[in-house]
Design a protein around this ligand. Structure first.
Ligand code: FES
Length: 131
């Protein structure tokens, strides 16, 4: 970990872009991505309210540089190797620059979407249509 960056003063306002919705919000440096998401009215599922217990607030940092402070040891331990691929806990990641973060699709919505995408093909098969 770059200790110089970790100890650098965190100041100013920065823009956070939540994808794929394309919603942006401006927040003070040091704000967590969870607080930024709530301010932007971007839904992130949570159960533990930031205690690193539920791990439901995972998102993917896609900006480079990331625009968030490096993870503390506790977050590193919770996320394991996925943290190297840009996965962070929104309740722990604190803004220090412009951030772009990909919010994963809700698992239930994903299941419904996949079912709906699959349905026309199955209906075609059922009625013997072959387009
Ligand atoms: S809100 Fe539970 S781990 Fe982030």
């Amino acid at each position: 970990m770059n200790t110089d960056r970790a100890n650098a003063p965190v100041t100013g306002k920065h823009t956070v872009l939540f994808l794929p919705a394309g919603i942006t919000v401006e927040v003070q440096a040091g704000t967590t991505l969870l607080a930024a998401a709530r301010r932007a009215k971007v839904h992130l599922p949570v159960r533990c309210e930031g205690k690193m217990g539920c791990l439901m607030c995972k998102l993917q940092i896609v900006s480079d540089p990331p625009g968030v402070l490096p993870p503390a040891e506790g977050e590193r331990r919770k996320l394991g190797a996925s943290i190297n691929g840009g996965t962070r806990l929104a309740c722990q990641a604190r803004v220090c620059g412009s951030v772009s973060a990909e919010v994963p699709e809700d698992p239930l919505k994903r299941a419904v979407r996949l079912q709906l995408e699959r349905k026309p093909q199955e209906e075609d098969d059922f009625f013997g249509f072959n387009f």
